[in-house]
Design a protein around this ligand. Structure first.
Ligand code: PMP
Length: 432
């Protein structure tokens, strides 16, 4: 029997009267998969339950923060302990120092770090700092990478390769878009061309060291080291946006995993253990420019708030246990192998990318290594696949161009159940 989503449907209709599109972040509206979002009532471990009582194995994990799964006892305990002493003071606490020290110890390129409240704030602040440090205005980003919704980075490529960027949203002024250049992920030649033309104006190159926002796209072998060399050669800063990859692809982030050191690093998600957080950090010499140590202004009422710091510290402590990343990788590999066999058996071409506990299956026969190849995916097929999975109790990202997140809470039997459901769903997708 098909599950009922009636209560969710009613709530979604009512929410649309009071909240634009009924949601507080667009992807949650499930627009690209042609159905309504379940409203979630509660979650535990790898499971979520919606208001109609449907149970799901969750591969979104709040879009990445919940690497330990929902309601990990250590995280809940840390939050509860903190709550007993208050929620926020707008004054420094030892928790901020502890988390800053943990981040500095984990990430080889980071000597100092500033906490903010979201990934968007982290990248916005890192760009300001890079511009102040270099005295230059232009920023290079890569098509298909997402770094948050502030003006400088909500930009897509113009019609020619070296033309100025074009806003992806009304309300982003052209003169701001004009300072952002879009390059192609995994294409060093194009980037070199850009540097040769306008290198002395480029303050920073910002990149997701493993792209996660066009679906998962790993860097090719020399891409990150090539970025490092070009930035050094031309006096631009290299910014790794590790909001997804930080403490995910390894405890030391993508910079340790690939052994390429950026000048600045942006963090979010995991370091807040499921509470709102962001951070940016880097070499002392650069970070000392941030106010009040230096002249670059950046502030926040709830920045470094004790609840998020406590949840983050507890999460990182769990991630320090031996074998954690091997176990995440093993589970993620099990899922990717199972899905790939299921797709083959169902006769539907799916191209799989995986780095550690991040993975995507693109409905295309082409290998996916940049935005153009990701865009060859059949999104109608994904929508059919997605809806069938949801009806079978598997909660995936409601878009072809997002990652699946495997957590430590997923069991081998969760993964087996997921693969069985996927075979049915792939067969339905094959008929599209
Ligand atoms: N950078 C990356 C790589 C992200 O994936 C995201 C959000 N998913 C952001 C920045 C923005 O973070 P936030 O949504 O917390 O503003």
């Amino acid at each position: 029997m098909a599950p009922s989503y009636q209560k969710s449907k009613d709530l979604f209709e009512e929410s649309q009267l009071f909240i634009p599109g009924g949601v507080n972040s667009p992807v949650r509206a499930f627009k690209s998969v042609g159905t309504n979002p379940p409203f979630i009532a509660k979650a535990n471990g790898a499971r979520m339950w919606d208001v109609d009582g449907n149970e799901y194995i969750d591969y979104v994990c709040s879009w990445g923060p919940l690497i330990l799964g929902h309601r990990h006892p250590a995280v809940i305990h840390a939050i509860q302990r903190c709550l007993e002493r208050g929620t926020t003071y707008g004054a420094p606490t030892d928790l901020e120092l502890t988390l800053a020290q943990m981040i500095v110890e984990a990430l080889p390129s980071v000597e100092m770090v500033r906490m903010v409240n979201s990934g968007t704030e982290a990248t916005m602040s890192a760009l300001r700092l890079a511009r102040a440090y270099t005295g230059r205005n232009k920023i290079v980003k890569f098509e298909g990478c997402y770094h948050g919704h502030h003006d400088s980075l909500l930009i897509k490529a113009g019609s020619g390769l070296l033309t100025h960027g074009v806003p992806t949203s009304p309300g982003v002024p052209d003169n701001i878009a004009g300072n952002t250049i879009n390059a192609r992920y995994n294409d060093l030649e194009l980037l070199e061309q850009i540097f040769n033309e306008v290198g002395s104006d480029i303050a920073a190159v910002i990149v997701e060291p493993v792209a996660g926002n066009m679906g998962v796209v790993p860097p090719t072998k020399d891409f990150l080291s090539g970025l490092r060399n070009l930035c050094t050669k031309h006096g631009a800063l290299l910014i790794f946006d590790e909001v997804i990859t930080g403490f995910r692809v390894s405890y030391g982030g993508a910079q340790s995993y690939y052994n390429v050191m950026p000048d600045l690093t942006c963090l979010g998600k995991i370091i807040g253990g499921g509470l709102p957080v962001g951070a940016y950090g880097g070499r002392k010499e650069i970070m000392q420019l941030v106010s009040p140590a230096g002249p670059v202004y950046q502030a926040g009422t709830l920045s470094g708030n004790p609840l998020a710091m406590s949840a983050g510290i507890a999460t990182l402590e769990q991630l320090q246990q031996p074998g954690v990343y091997e176990e995440l990788d093993r589970k993620s590999a099990l899922l990717a192998q199972g899905l790939s066999q299921a797709a083959r058996a169902a006769g539907v071409p799916v191209s799989f990318n995986r780095v550690q506990s991040l993975q995507s299956g693109f409905f295309t026969k082409h290998p996916v290594n940049d935005f153009a190849s990701a865009s060859t995916s059949d999104t109608n097929r994904y929508a059919v696949f997605f809806r069938s999975m949801l009806d079978q109790g598997i909660y995936l990202a409601p878009s072809q161009f997002e990652a699946a997140f495997v957590s430590l809470a997923h069991t081998d039997s969760d993964i087996e159940r997921t693969v069985e459901a996927a075979y049915t769903a792939y067969k339905m997708a094959a008929q599209v």
